[in-house]
Structures are given as C-alpha cells and as structure tokens.
Design a protein around this ligand. Structure first.
Ligand SMILES: Cc1cc2nc3c(=O)[nH]c(=O)nc-3n(C[C@H](O)[C@H](O)[C@H](O)COP(=O)(O)OP(=O)(O)OC[C@H]3O[C@@H](n4cnc5c(N)ncnc54)[C@H](O)[C@@H]3O)c2cc1C
Length: 378
C-alpha cells in the first residue's frame, strides 16, 4: 500500500490551525487538518474570548469571516470589575462598547471557522505521535493508530505539548507557579443570584496576594470561574478532584479569610472542579529555519493567560502564515521565513507582557497592581 501524501498538513484544529486552513482556502490553497479529538463535539471549548483589534479581528477579516463574527458578539461582555478579598468593588467599568475588544463564546468562534471549511478538511481522531524529516523538506508523520503520511509542508498548530515542535527546538513548557481550579455556576441569575451580582455583566477579577477569582459571565447565563492559586507544580497531585466535595474543601481552604460572596463562587459551583496547571515556553522562544516545517500559536509561543492574547495571536499567526504562503507560490521557504520574521518578535513581546501581568496581578498588595494597570491604560 502506498503512503498517503498531503501537500500541506496542519496538525491541530484549534483556533490557530483552523484560521490558517480558512485563510489558505480563501486564497485557493487546500490543506489537510489533523486533530486528536474524536469529533468537533468531543470537548467543550469553554470560556469567553475578547477578540483584539490588532490581532484576532484582522485575522477574521483575512478569513473573510468578520461580519459573521460581529453577529456572534456578546453585548455587554466587555464590562470589567476588580474587587479585593473583602469583596470591595475597586473598579467597575461598564461595557460602553468602546474598548475595541468584543467578546465571543469560544465554541461559537471555533464553529464559525470549522463551518467555513470544505467538508472533510479536518480529519478527526487523528492523534499525531511524531514526525521525521525526509529529503527535500518533506516529512513523514506518524499517527497513534500506527499509520503514516508524508507532506511537503508540515505545520504544528498542536498547542502547548506540540509533537511537531521537537523538529525545530528542544524547548519544553515550564510551570509558571500558578495553577487554576475551573468551576461553573449555570443559570446564575436564577440559581446563584448573589454570585451573578458579584461577577456583573462581564469579567471579574477578585485578587489577593498570590491568589484570586477570575470569572466571566458566559453567553448562556452561566458563570465560568478560574480560581487561581500560587502553589508548587505537584500540589494538586495530592488532591482527589474526582471527589468534588473534598476538592472544594481543599480549594476553599486557601480562601478562609475571604468574603463569603467570593467563597460562594467556588462553594456553590455545580459539577466537577477541573485542575489546570499553567505552563509557558521560554520568553523569546525561536528556532533556526528548518525546511518544510513551522509552528503557530501555543506550539510556537505558549504563554500564561494573564494578558488574554494567546488565542488572538494563534489566529493572527494562522492568518499571517496563510497569507505568506499565498504570496509566495512555489517558494515555501521564502513564505516561512517571512512569516517567522513577524512571529518571533510579537510572540516574545506578548509572552513578556503575560508574565509581567501575572506578576502584578498576584503581587503582595493585590489588587493594586491591576488597578494601576487599568489606570495607566485609561
Ligand atoms: C485558562 C486559560 C484562559 C485563557 N484565556 C484566553 C483569553 O481570554 N484570550 C486569549 O486570547 N487567549 C486565552 N488563552 C490562551 C488560548 O487558549 C490559547 O493561546 C489558544 O487556545 C491557542 O490556540 P492554538 O490553536 O495554538 O492551540 P489549541 O487551542 O491548544 O489547539 C490545539 C489543537 O491541537 C490538537 N492537538 C494537540 N495535540 C495533538 C496531536 N498530538 N495530534 C493531533 N492534534 C493535536 C488539540 O486537540 C487542539 O484542537 C487562555 C488559556 C488558558 C489556559
């Protein structure tokens, strides 16, 4: 049997990989996308994303999807509140529609991109386990079911733990010192009115030294809360997150002296608690040009979420790479070099911002750092 060949293979159907596939498609170039998820519905995509004027929005324009995106924007979602641990509201910035960062449900954004691609573009249930270089810039890619394919151009859009990255760099994500516990409070206005009031119409940041509650009202009326803790990387190994009550008791133990309205964001949550350790690649991660392969999004520049830019950048990377390939037909290396020349400095800048924001958000005098930041931006 001959090995299947794909001229252009994108590993990962997240926001970055799908934006690339779409921008290539509108420029008349077809790609094959491989994703480990069994189907588009295999995982809830969760959370709201604000889509920035200088990254996510131009990417959606390049994808020809800007108008459809605007129709999905969550009105009021740009409101921001900052509280201290006594639940004193120190900043309450309503959504007046002028921040330039409209909010969208992440799942709806992903569906918008997915549905804009020709049927069959994404191969679901296709987990890549490794790849090796062949001659002439081609690669052979191995899937978990033992099958292989070859490709002329391999793009790693496969996120934090990329299987494509080792072809370009030895870098590995490192733990940032912060872990999240994620919880949901569905139907908040009816079932959790006090929590709904605390979060407000958009985003909540209730911060103290080394910890806090980062929350958001979702389009379905639920509240999605990230409980942030500064803990050692192996701290959660000792917590049984399958025992929801025990996990709540453990997590609430970090907030013993916090206002009860904030503790309720965790205590009253429905469903399981999801632990998530926050990792990042070294700031300024880059590589020397290797023929026939590159990375985008988190695979290239995984950073902490504290600047809220990772998904926006992944989309911009996808759009830029798609446009570069369309602009250099027949000269892939020129396209990749042009793309990486933009990718490296902006990835470095955003990674540095994210790390700095993480420092100031959880400073000993928190939430003063974030208040100063907003004041500086005003
Ligand atoms: C808690 C949290 C909050 C965040 N909030 C924001 C925010 O508000 N704004 C923002 O802009 N960013 C935010 N981010 C960052 C954002 O989620 C990421 O930067 C973004 O998802 C990166 O997109 P991506 O396409 O590069 O990778 P991903 O979204 O990780 O997609 C990678 C895809 O590759 C697939 N895949 C992985 N491995 C393989 C494999 N071996 N074989 C085949 N397929 C594979 C996965 O199934 C997935 O579909 C947040 C991140 C976190 C953790």
């Amino acid at each position: 049997m001959t090995t299947p060949h794909h001229p252009l293979a994108i590993i990962g159907g997240g926001l970055g990989g799908l934006t690339l596939a779409r921008v290539l498609h509108v420029n008349g170039v077809e790609a094959a996308v491989f994703d480990l998820d069994a189907s588009p519905a295999a995982r809830t995509q969760g959370g709201m994303l604000d889509i920035h004027e200088d990254s996510g929005q131009p990417a959606l324009r390049a994808a020809g999807l800007y108008e459809e995106f605007r129709a999905l924007v969550h009105p009021g979602g740009e409101a921001t509140r900052v509280l201290d641990k006594a639940a004193t509201v120190l900043l309450d910035d309503p959504d007046d529609g002028t921040s330039g960062r409209p909010e969208i449900d992440r799942g709806q954004l992903r569906d918008l991109l997915l549905n804009s691609l020709p049927e069959g573009t994404v191969r679901w249930g296709a987990k890549v386990t490794g790849a090796r270089p062949l001659d002439g810039g081609r690669h052979e890619v191995t899937l978990a079911d033992g099958t292989t394919f070859t490709t002329d151009l391999l793009i790693g859009a496969d996120g934090a733990w990329s299987r494509v990255r080792p072809l370009l760099s030895d870098a590995r994500p490192a733990y940032t010192g912060i872990s999240f516990v994620e919880v949901d409070l569905p139907d908040a206005d009816l079932r959790h009115p006090v929590s709904a009031e605390v979060v407000g119409g958009g985003m909540l940041m209730a911060l103290g030294a080394g910890k806090g509650f980062l929350g958001h009202r979702e389009t379905d009326g639920s509240l999605h809360i990230y409980v942030a803790l500064t803990v050692p990387e192996d701290e959660f190994d000792g917590v049984d997150f399958t025992d929801t009550e025990a996990a709540k008791t453990y997590t609430l133990g970090h907030f013993a002296d916090w206002d009860k309205s904030l503790r309720a964001l965790l205590g009253d949550a429905d469903g399981p608690l999801t632990p998530r350790r926050i990792h990042a690649l070294p700031i300024g991660h880059r590589w020397d040009r290797v023929p026939g392969v590159t990375l985008l999004g988190d695979a290239a520049h995984l950073m902490s979420p504290f600047a809220g830019v990772g998904a926006n950048l992944a989309m911009l990377d996808g759009a830029d790479l798609g446009r570069a390939l369309a602009a250099h037909p027949g000269d892939t290396e020129a396209a990749l070099a042009a793309y990486e020349e933009k990718l490296f400095p902006r990835g470095e800048e955003s990674a540095a911002d994210s790390a700095a924001n993480g420092e100031l958000m959880f400073r000993a005098d928190a939430p003063q750092g974030i208040l100063d930041m907003f004041a500086g931006h005003a």
